[in-house]
Design a protein around this ligand. Structure first.
Ligand code: RB5
Length: 148
């Protein structure tokens, strides 16, 4: 599975550690974030990853900023993107099962390296449940997205 990852300046170290973890597990990981600790705005980082998913360059994405919140808001402004900001693995699993989320977000100032690995493992190994009620709700989100 091809995974995209992106980050702002606050999350370079955690991004590198998550990338290493995923590469060791055999994932192909494409880096859309900054590798510098110079200030780099999270909307730009989120947008690059969201566009890569829209263009089907990568299947799922991981977005990291200081809190995970700013970058998740930026990702969610893109059509077809369902980005979930969370700080534990249960939400990461359930957002795949119920929301068919395509980006997981978390904060480098919030989660440890180990917890970040648990979150991405839960996210990447859980399929969408395909349940009728979940599909209906995702379609309702799409309607909001197109109508405003
Ligand atoms: C950058 O200092 C910080 O504001 C950003 O990483 C993020 O936490 C925003 O939500």
């Amino acid at each position: 599975m091809k995974i995209g990852i992106s980050n702002d300046h606050s999350a370079v170290e955690l991004k590198n550690s998550v990338m290493k973890h995923l590469q060791e597990k055999g994932y192909e990981v494409v880096n859309y974030g900054t590798d510098s600790t110079e200030s780099y705005d999270y909307p730009i980082a989120g947008s690059k990853l969201a566009k890569a998913i829209q263009n089907e360059e990568v299947e799922l994405g991981i977005a990291i900023c200081g809190t995970g919140v700013g970058i998740s808001i930026a990702c969610n402004k893109h059509k077809g993107i369902r980005a979930c900001c969370c700080s534990e693995a249960t939400s990461a699993r359930l957002t795949r099962e119920h929301n068919d989320a395509n980006i997981i977000c978390f904060g480098a100032r919030i989660v440890s390296t180990e917890l970040a690995n648990d979150i991405v493992d839960a996210f990447l190994t859980t399929p969408f449940s395909n349940g009728e009620r979940h599909k209906r709700r995702i379609n309702q989100i799409r309607e909001i997205e197109y109508i405003g």
